[in-house]
Design a protein around this ligand. Structure first.
Ligand code: ARG
Length: 462
């Protein structure tokens, strides 16, 4: 019979037992459930609600159960419904009345909220650590290929030359913001609901601050109804994961494009590629594609929980049992994606020559030629038009701007002089972008230092 079976004459069917159970999902929180029960029983003893002997028996019993679960020897039974009742029922079977006193002044409603918050705090930290490793891999590639030139794109058309390191650092900054979102989810989870009991608090002289402190929570939730109903911290985690997984789709999309024979900008290591069962020549960027694809489930998990929470009246409703599966899935998926992306980036080869060859195409110097004229006094709009004509001329001849003679330039505008050659030099074009955050070597060096400092600060805060 279930631990709540007293007022029932008949049990649930095997089907509804299975349908209503959350054990397959929430058993992952066994360590948090045991920590919560130890903190609760220690507090009950401190407040004289249970005896010190009962507390000691409870702690010893819970320690045994913990070792059994970790050794894979614990007899999980779906008839126990969830992790809370699994552990409690086995505790009672083992130590009798002392175990039956554990649930004094507590409900599964505050218990599950406590366990889930502790678990999510742990998972946030795991994710933050994995986020840092991916940032490190990107920074390392940026440093190793600092001077490599890459065509910068807008509309996926050649735009202006940029440093490859600058391009990599753009992803590092996205991930730096993702870290902050994960940290915000951690802070949201870092509040203790224990002692709210079912919904209204209890008549026992509980010390909620004591249990919160024992469990390492930063604060106590001030409203018992809110304590058992709030799932915002899960939404925060799911949103943080969703944004970050979308960031990874952008990174992976570029890796996939760059590893085509059309681009050839990077070569993925064999360990992050797969072959085809029919086409012997194939080397596919499966893992980049898979990371791109996984974003679907992560965002789906966010939307799923939003819908579950919509219109729920206070306080606990069984709908809330649906909160964990998606959140756990998103955290696991996101962590795996970080780990996979970090390995893929760390081991990819950057083909500087292929990038350089593309820098030569698509009139990447055009803006700088217009700037050359504007700096000589021609209004920029007019300079823009002059260069537009030059580009048209190149298009007709099938050549690039640097293939034109000085006379060709001067036919369009007499402000052109021999020094126009410098305005066509790609290294000089890049180096000239000296504004803060720009792609000039010096500016990128400063940016690199800032990205690394943020990375180290985040790593140290973990
Ligand atoms: N398994 C439940 C959950 O995950 C625990 C709380 C159940 N509380 C209740 N009153 N039925 O939400």
């Amino acid at each position: 019979m279930a631990l709540w079976g007293g007022r029932f004459e008949e049990g649930v069917s095997e089907f509804t037992q299975r349908f209503g159970a959350s054990l397959p999902v929430d058993k992952e929180m066994y360590a948090e459930d045991i920590a919560g029960s130890k903190a609760h029983s220690a507090m009950l003893a401190a407040r004289g609600v249970i005896s010190a002997e009962d507390r000691d028996a409870i702690h010893a019993g819970l320690d045994e159960i913990l070792s059994e679960i970790e050794a894979g020897e614990f007899p999980f039974d779906i008839n126990d419904e969830d992790i809370h009742m699994s552990i409690e029922s086995k505790l009672i079977a083992r130590i009798g009345d002392a175990g039956a006193r554990l649930h004094t002044g507590r409900s599964r409603n505050d218990q599950v909220a406590t366990d889930t918050r502790l678990f999510i705090k742990r998972r946030c930290r795991d994710l933050m650590a994995a986020n840092i490793e991916l940032r490190r891999a990107l920074v390392d590639q940026a440093e190793a290929n600092f001077d490599v030139l890459l065509p910068g794109y807008t509309h996926l058309q050649h735009a202006q030359p940029v440093l490859f390191s600058h391009h990599m650092l753009a992803y590092v900054w996205m991930l730096t913001r993702d870290f902050e979102r994960l940290a915000a989810a951690y802070r949201a989870a870092d509040a203790c609901p224990l002692g709210a009991a079912a919904l209204a608090g209890t008549t026992y002289p509980l010390d909620r601050h004591m249990t919160a402190e024992t469990l390492g929570f930063a604060r106590v939730i001030p409203n018992s109804l809110d304590a058992v109903s709030d799932r915002d911290y899960l939404l925060d985690l799911l949103y943080a994961c969703s944004v970050s997984s979308i960031h990874l789709t952008r990174l992976c999309e570029e890796i996939i494009l760059w590893s085509t024979s059309e681009f050839g900008f990077v070569t993925l290591s064999d360990s992050y590629s797969t072959g085809s069962s029919i086409m012997p020549q194939k080397k596919n960027p499966d893992f980049a594609e898979l990371i791109r694809g996984k974003s679907g489930r992560v965002v789906g998990d966010l939307v799923g929980l939003l819908m579950t929470l919509k219109s729920l009246p206070l306080a606990y409703n069984k709908d809330l049992q649906e909160d964990k599966e998606g959140a756990f899935d998103a955290a696991r998926t996101m962590e795996d994606c970080y780990v996979c992306a970090a390995g893929m980036i760390a081991t990819m080869r950057v083909n500087a020559d292929a990038m350089r060859a593309q820098v030569k195409k698509g009139y990447l110097a055009a803006t700088d030629v217009a700037d050359y004229l504007a700096k000589k006094g021609l209004p920029f709009r007019k300079a823009h038009e002059v260069v537009g004509h030059l580009v048209l001329e190149c298009d007709k001849r099938g050549c690039d701007l640097e293939d034109l003679e000085l006379a060709d330039f001067q036919r369009e505008c007499d402000l052109f002089e021999a020094d126009i050659v410098e305005a066509l030099n790609m290294e000089a074009i890049v180096a000239a972008r000296t504004t803060y955050g720009g792609t000039g070597h010096e500016a990128v060096r400063i940016q690199m230092q800032e990205a690394k400092a943020a990375l180290e600060a985040d790593a140290a805060a973990l």
